[in-house]
Write a protein that binds this ligand. Structure first.
Ligand SMILES: [Cu+2]
Length: 193
């Protein structure tokens, strides 16, 4: 058991180092490259909107980043733009680095700002955008399987309510703040979102 753990650690460290290098190299492209990608493969099953464009294909994600942490939780941020002329809704987010990923909003609570799961997910108005930032709406890693290290590139998959998906990524950086408490989170009394 112990040997296993150590081996895993070493492997993770190597991956983190690699990610750091890749992250630095990929930086310049990040803003232009996030458009849609080839990810939205499935042919529209449920009929989407007038133009027939899938929700995934009209959404652009930019300036994505996440908070480096050695805790169990962290947040991911960035700007989601809807370039289409119909409202779209994100119904789910997954990532290999966390067993559970939630969409959160931040609301005033009894003891300051609190965050909670956003009911129904993130809505992007037609032609509009949703800015995910600390202290506001954000993507929350609820149960990290390993620490997030500075420079690490973290893949995420967004699922839209028409069933289409989009692959995005965020790059981890050091950030102090975004320490809103999680409503109903026992262990996450002081999380990193
Ligand atoms: Cu949160």
């Amino acid at each position: 058991m112990r040997t296993n753990t150590r081996t895993t650690r070493t492997a993770l460290a190597a991956v983190a180092t690699l990610a750091l290098a890749l992250g630095a190299a990929a930086c310049a492209e990040d803003t232009t490259d996030t458009t849609s990608g080839p990810s939205n493969a499935p042919a529209a099953t449920s009929q989407p909107n007038d133009g027939g464009a899938s929700e995934a294909s009209v959404v652009v994600f930019q300036n994505g980043w996440a908070k480096a942490t050695d805790g169990e939780m962290s947040g991911a941020f960035g700007t989601l733009r809807n370039t289409g002329d119909v409202e779209v809704r994100i119904t789910g987010v997954t990532s290999p680095i966390s067993q559970r990923v939630e969409m959160h909003e931040t609301v005033p609570g009894a003891s300051g700002m609190m965050m909670q799961e956003k009911e129904g997910g993130f809505v992007l108005p037609a032609g509009g955008e949703l800015v995910l930032e600390p202290g506001k709406d954000h993507i929350m890693f609820m149960d990290l399987t390993a620490p997030i290290t500075t420079g690490q590139v973290i893949p995420l998959v967004l699922t839209f309510d028409d069933g289409t998906e989009q692959d995005i990524s965020v790059t981890a950086r050091d950030f102090k703040g975004g320490d809103e408490k999680y409503v109903g989170g026992e262990e996450g009394a002081n999380s990193d979102g």
